[in-house]
Design a protein around this ligand. Structure first.
Ligand code: FAD
Length: 314
């Protein structure tokens, strides 16, 4: 597709034509997008959505790129990367509620909440995504998911109008959200006052437990597979003898079998081949089909794996 970007976007926004997506993801694989636009303020995101829609140019939202595998060929679409929109501030009169822009990381949310003596978000520490990505996928840890804390999400409609949508925990499921597929501008997170020391203690405990079981410093997209009903994908992969298995630069983490890590020079195609081998091995060993948790962007050499459904919490 040739790049015929509206003048209003070229003139006013940060535009990177043909930018590689690999470095914008935590797994670090993947080719270029048609163009990456980085809105720095809410008005810029609204402008981009309105102009791209009016021009008929397909686009996708990118947060921290921590739940993605992008194909080596890249993506024939525009990508709106929210990393410049990271403000977090008090929501109106409610001192214990924070309004977070889509590009604010969960790490920043947890840190700001701690500094303000606000509790509730500690269980999200160690998840490397943005608020936008976490709202879209209801990211969470063992005890809490972001959807448990949300009271309102602001969306941008295709014509550029914004809409504040009230929500509550019952609207969310295990890694599912009513806001997936929409453009998320910001979200209101409801917390409650507590002592900073107590909050910090819970942050430390959560992070320690996560770091003990997951390769947090390796390049990965987190858990590659959802847990099938009543089972743990990591345990199934381990039992099928796949820990440490590698294809090219992609390897099943020796630390946590549900993580596929990039050992340095992985291509997206290595990741895809390894995923297929792991799925085959688990099917042969336990008769279980492992559903994918991570999203796949762009075209792959063979079958593009599809996101599986019907699974349990980690
Ligand atoms: C080391 C590691 C540990 C992890 N641990 C966990 C964990 O414990 N629990 C967990 O749930 N996940 C975990 N993950 C996965 C990942 O961090 C989460 O899924 C996270 O919420 C993804 O957010 P993101 O900003 O990176 O989204 P991206 O990967 O950038 O995008 C993911 C999806 O969200 C959409 N999206 C992003 N921003 C917006 C927006 N503003 N509006 C609309 N849609 C948007 C994208 O279009 C895409 O569909 C882990 C990942 C890693 C690498």
């Amino acid at each position: 597709m040739s790049m015929d970007l509206p003048d209003a976007l070229r003139d006013e926004l940060l535009v990177h034509e043909g930018a590689d997506l690999g470095p914008r993801t935590t797994l670090g694989v993947g080719g270029p997008a048609l163009c990456v636009i980085e809105p720095r303020r809410r008005e810029e995101l609204i402008l981009a959505v309105r102009e791209l829609t009016a021009a008929g140019l397909p686009f996708r939202m990118l947060g921290h790129g921590s739940n993605l595998v992008v194909s080596d060929a890249g993506l024939d679409e525009v990508v709106l990367h929210t990393r410049g929109m990271k403000n977090i501030y008090h929501h109106g009169e409610q001192d214990a509620a924070l309004r977070c822009e889509a590009g604010a990381t969960l790490a920043r949310l947890v840190s700001v909440a701690h500094d303000m003596g606000l509790a509730g978000a500690e269980g999200l520490i160690g998840i490397p995504g943005t608020v936008g990505g976490a709202v879209a996928g209801n990211a969470g840890g063992r005890e809490i998911a972001l959807g448990d804390l949300l009271t309102e999400v602001t969306l941008v409609d295709p014509d550029g109008t914004t809409r504040a949508v009230p929500c509550s925990p019952k609207d969310f499921g295990y890694r599912t959200s009513p806001f997936a597929g929409h453009v998320i501008l910001d979200a209101v997170v409801q917390l409650c006052p507590d002592g900073k020391e107590q909050i910090f203690d819970r942050m430390r405990r959560t992070l320690r437990a996560k770091a003990e079981s997951q390769p947090l410093s390796a390049s990965s997209a987190g858990c590659m597979f959802r847990n099938p009903a009543g089972a743990s994908s990591g345990a199934l992969i381990d039992r099928a003898g796949c820990k440490g298995l590698s294809v090219g630069g992609a390897q099943v983490s020796p630390e946590h079998a549900n993580f596929i890590v990039n050992t340095g020079e992985a291509m997206a195609e290595d990741v895809r081949r390894l995923v297929v081998r792991v799925q085959q091995a688990v099917r042969e060993h336990s008769g279980v089909d492992l559903p994918l948790e991570v999203e796949w962007w762009g075209a792959f050499e063979e079958r593009t794996p599809v996101l599986g459904a019907g699974s349990d919490a980690e």
